[in-house]
Design a protein around this ligand. Structure first.
Ligand SMILES: Cc1cc2nc3c(=O)[nH]c(=O)nc-3n(C[C@H](O)[C@H](O)[C@H](O)COP(=O)(O)O)c2cc1C
Ligand code: SF4
Length: 440
């Protein structure tokens, strides 16, 4: 078949069919919004994804077609894993997709599985993602024409448990900690087999590319950053939430999409807790585009944007976040365990005014020393965050030393989502830590 036109022009794309305040979309409503699952040959799908320029939305920003090809070129391919862990505390996009629009993610997973020769899909989510678990169970039970088996696994929710080798490790042996790479999952993953692991948003985008083609996909965005992205916008904005925006959108339009700032802003944290603080005056001139973000040393990462109001203290908030990140170390690599702990303690001392400004240089030196020295990228992301915090809020250290910080806590979320799903009764919680559900 030819991959063609017919897609909705403009926005929303991924979020089309989302009913405000509603539950999970039904299969028939999903088919009405997007049309049936296309019958597309594996090589054609990979080529179309390549032409679309789609890149992974789990944080690493890796070209999706390259990953598909790397697995498709191998034999005895393992299951396709949907990495729905969403361990970034402020992020809510993957839970939104899995909990409300599960068929779009499953379409992408089934198509990608077929493209690389996988006969099974495993969706891995955090065990607190109750809406997603329930929606996936319901969606899988009504999909009877998929040619691959689909199952769901719930696992622990710590920050590093979403790293891809940790996901594979958990599925292989119930240990949600990263493993030494290489081998990477695409070389030796689930049960030793080549394994493709993708973020839910990546797969949802892929499902649209498969239906409507790369030319349609490129109608939005810029030449270098085509398409749209889901961005969780939170902090000092009037309407925090998940928004779908075209690449190339200006930061001020991003903030406007979330109702605009709720107070004058001092900084934006772009990319979540592995991301970068940017001074508000520098941030507003940027677009949601790699080129612009790179100019201030940041990237979209996991698609989180946190606005920090002038009434808050960036130094205090950053100390809380780096303490959290240090606690989230999987405890396997010395530089990560001891280095992040030392950095977190010193940043906390700077924020509470008990360390002198010279300690800042020690933190920056330690950051240099531990970069690249973990089995996974956890320390790299954490030190990027700290370096940007000291760059943007370093000027406040002296006033903290003199006890002059009267800021209000901004309460950046730690360990749970900023946009928590509605609370559920105990009877609706999953009975066991790990559950599997197999369709067909
Ligand atoms: C510490 C750490 C935590 C991560 N957590 C997640 C996560 O929760 N969800 C996710 O999709 N990717 C996460 N990633 C990125 C994954 O390792 C991997 O790159 C991603 O799932 C691949 O999918 P993509 O190519 O579609 O982005 C994490 C990476 C690191 C280093
Ligand atoms: S770098 Fe840190 S989080 Fe990553 S595997 Fe090593 S100890 Fe665990």
């Amino acid at each position: 078949m030819s991959v063609g036109d017919g897609g909705h022009h403009g926005l929303p794309r991924l979020l089309a069919g989302l009913e405000p305040g509603g539950g999970a979309i039904t299969l028939s409503a999903h088919a009405r919004v997007h049309g049936p699952l296309p019958n597309i040959a594996p090589h054609q799908l990979i080529e179309e994804v390549e032409r679309s320029g789609l890149r992974g939305r789990g944080g690493a920003d890796f070209p999706t077609a390259r990953k598909l090809r790397a697995v498709a070129d191998r034999r005895r391919v393992g299951p396709l894993i949907v990495n729905g862990s969403e361990t970034e505390p402020a992020s809510a996009k993957d839970r939104l997709l899995l909990g409300r629009l599960p068929h779009l993610v499953l379409d992408g997973a089934v198509l990608a599985a077929q493209a690389v020769g996988a006969s099974e899909v495993i969706v891995k989510v955090g065990d607190g993602a109750l809406d997603a678990l329930r929606a996936l169970d319901g969606a899988i039970s009504v999909r009877d024409s998929d040619r691959v088996r689909i199952s769901v696994v719930a696992g622990p929710e710590g920050y590093v448990s979403g790293e891809e080798s940790a996901v594979v490790h958990y599925l292989n042996s119930q240990v949600a900690k990263p493993t030494l790479v290489p081998p990477r999952p695409f070389e030796r993953g689930y049960r030793g087999r080549p394994t493709l692991i993708q973020n839910p948003e990546t797969l949802a985008q892929l499902a649209l590319v498969a239906r409507f083609g790369s030319r349609w996909y490129r109608e939005l965005g810029t030449v270098a950053d085509p398409g749209s992205a889901l961005v969780t916008i939170t902090g000092a904005v009037r309407a925090p939430g998940v928004y779908e925006l075209a690449f190339g959108t200006s930061m001020s339009d991003l903030l406007a999409a979330a109702g605009g700032p709720s107070e004058p802003l001092q900084a934006l944290l772009v990319g979540g807790y592995f991301g970068t603080w940017v001074d508000a005056s520098a941030a507003v001139g940027l677009r949601l585009a790699r080129e612009d973000l790179r100019s201030v040393d940041c990237s979209l990462g996991s698609g989180v944007l946190i606005a920090l109001g002038e009434s808050a203290c960036g130094l205090h908030e950053s100390a809380r976040v780096i303490t959290y990140l240090a606690e989230q170390s999987a405890g396997q690599c010395g530089p990560c365990v001891y280095g992040l702990r030392a950095i977190a303690d010193t940043v906390a001392a700077l924020a509470s005014g008990v360390a002198h400004a010279g300690e800042r240089d020690r933190v920056l030196r330690w950051a240099q020393e531990i970069r690249g020295r973990g089995a996974c990228h956890h320390p790299d992301g954490a030190v990027r965050f700290v370096e940007s915090a000291l760059r943007v809020f370093g000027g406040d250290i002296e006033s903290h030393r003199r006890g002059r910080c009267g800021a209000r806590p901004a309460g950046l979320p730690l360990g749970e989502t900023a946009l928590a799903p509605p609370r559920l009764g105990a009877s609706e919680r999953p009975a066991a830590r790990t559950r599997r559900r197999v369709a067909r």
